[in-house]
Design a protein around this ligand. Structure first.
Ligand SMILES: Nc1ncnc2c1ncn2[C@@H]1O[C@H](COP(=O)(O)OP(=O)(O)O)[C@@H](O)[C@H]1O
Ligand SMILES: [Mg+2]
Length: 305
């Protein structure tokens, strides 16, 4: 299998408040943030792709141009005639975030409408990264098509990394959320959940309970994030606990989990053992916590040694 990576999901136009009625325009979205950080860390120009759909309008063009400039593979981005990218605005209340979304009719919602296109977009990727947010924005039929395409890719050697990233307001019911996430866990090789999401959906009483539930579901590589708490890992049948270093100068919690995923996956792809991959994930997220927005300024991207 190739060293190519693809993340599947939605990138939105991000409007982040920077002063009275003044916003800065950027692009963000959970799996996109992970793919972008991986591309910067791995620096293998063209080896990290983002599978999504955008419009044919000028802001969609700008998005694709920026990804190209940042060394990403944009050949797996589809265009839709009569739709554009979703948008969200961030207001900050201290370090907490207040989000408002306009995404219900975004082009990305159509990313799994055509299984042939999707199969081609994933191509020969050795690692596919996906999240529960990607699943939440798709129709039930589209989820089933995505499941089939990924299952086929896995049967040809690809591995699936999955962050459940549970966002109740994107789902119609808790039942639907559980059923869908359980189905995707069946084909998950690497699970990267956050404990608070899992506790709210499944009633897990501790990160250890989350790890054991996922292990029972058949996932063999797991890292359970827990904010400032330790990260619990499982890999090759061995469990590890890695304390999370405290972060000075924390400004904005946006994208901490996505950045962790990028550091973790980049380290694992580069052959590092799980414990080191967790530590690098923590280093990448601590950097995103020190900056506004979901992505680290390029000059602050930590080096993977
Ligand atoms: N308060 C914090 N102090 C230090 N590190 C943090 C803090 N919050 C998050 N992190 C880092 O970000 C990672 C992901 O955080 P978490 O809050 O679990 O994810 P999410 O952003 O998806 O909710 C943690 O594993 C940790 O490395
Ligand atoms: Mg998360």
């Amino acid at each position: 299998m190739s060293s190519k990576v693809v993340a599947i999901g939605e990138a939105m136009i991000e409007m982040a408040v920077i002063g009275d009625d003044t916003y800065r325009r950027s692009f963000a979205g959970d799996t996109f943030n992970t793919a972008w950080h991986m591309a910067q860390i791995l620096g293998t120009g063209g080896q990290v792709g983002f599978v999504t759909k955008v419009g044919r309008d000028s802001v969609s063009d700008t998005f694709i141009d920026q990804l190209t400039d940042d060394g990403m593979d944009v050949s797996c981005i589809g265009r839709v005639d009569d739709r554009t990218m979703g948008l969200y605005m961030i207001a900050l209340k201290g370090v907490e975030r207040d989000f408002q979304y306009w995404r219900s009719h975004s082009a990305a919602r159509l990313l799994a409408d055509n299984p042939d296109w999707l199969t081609k977009a994933i191509g020969q990727a050795g690692l596919i990264h996906l999240s529960g947010i990607t699943l939440a924005i798709l129709s039930a039929d589209a989820r089933a098509r995505l499941w089939d395409v990924i299952a086929t890719a896995r049967s040809q050697g690809a591995r699936l990394s999955f962050d459940p990233n549970v966002r109740p307001r994107l789902w119609s019911s808790q039942d639907e959320t559980r059923t869908t996430l359980s189905a995707f866990l069946e084909i998950t090789d690497i699970a990267l959940p956050s404990f608070d999401d899992e506790a709210a959906l499944w009633g897990d009483t501790s990160p250890q309970a989350t790890l054991e539930r996922l292990q029972k579901a058949g996932v063999t590589e797991i890292a359970v994030k827990d904010g400032a708490g330790p990260v619990l890992g499982l890999c090759d049948g061995t469990q590890t606990t890695v304390e999370t270093p405290s972060v000075s100068g924390m400004r904005d919690t946006t994208g901490a989990g996505d950045a962790f995923n990028a550091g973790y996956l980049a380290a694992r792809l580069s052959g590092h053992p799980q414990q080191d991959a967790i530590a690098f994930g923590q280093a990448v997220s601590s950097e995103v916590l020190r900056h506004f927005g979901a992505r680290i300024p390029k000059e602050h991207i930590p080096n993977l040694i």
